[in-house]
Design a protein around this ligand. Sequence first.
Ligand code: COA
Length: 209
Amino acid sequence: MDLAPLFGLRLRTPRLELRLPRSEELDALREVALGGIHPPEFMPFTIAWTDDPELAEFRAYHEMRRRDWRVEEWHLELGVFLEGEPVGIQAVESRDFPATLTVGTGSWLGRRFQRRGVGTEMRTAALELAFRGLGAELARSGAVDGNVASLRVSEKLGYREIGGGTVAPRGVELHHTDVALRREDWRPPVAVVIEGLGACLPLFGLPSE
Ligand SMILES: CC(C)(COP(=O)(O)OP(=O)(O)OC[C@H]1O[C@@H](n2cnc3c(N)ncnc32)[C@H](O)[C@@H]1OP(=O)(O)O)[C@@H](O)C(=O)NCCC(=O)NCCS
């Protein structure tokens, strides 16, 4: 599919810009990830991709998400730039969006950029894209027990617990808490400017403006 319009999509918050990373920006984001995302003993991801010390698949993963983009199932992996500097990824994904009006999100930040409110601000941008930009009704997230930061971001933004399950990123089962935020409960804590969305709407399964 021609994803060119997605490169014009910009989400701006007071401190951040979220956009699809260009080739050299993917390399910079891999360097951020190589600098560490979480303590080695605690795996926050359902797939243990950070256990590879080279992160050799980093670029291939992002390229695969673009190559495999379908209107029926899309994964938007936005680079997060803090005052111009790449700091992490905020993903928004959905299946059959026009029917489900539901998105999921996932994210990471380099450790040195954590605990400064950036995680809350970038999730806010993703939720504004989903609820205000695309007309979503529900946003889902989740985290393994012990991922205080992720669960706290969700709690602060109004998500409620909807269930749980187990995941085993390193072969040992961990409990996972699932949370969801309904459109009517959404109150963005900071303003988000959305640019360039009109041309992207068909890629999300929506009619063009
Ligand atoms: C999850 C993540 C993106 C959150 O980003 P962040 O910038 O660190 O989060 P914020 O600074 O916005 O903090 C949000 C809240 O969590 C709290 N928090 C953050 N890290 C915490 C920690 N290690 N222990 C306790 N509380 C923590 C903050 O104090 C804040 O709550 P408060 O406003 O009540 O004080 C980031 O921590 C991260 O990349 N973690 C590793 C990867 C990951 O877990 N991804 C999600 C997988 S589901």
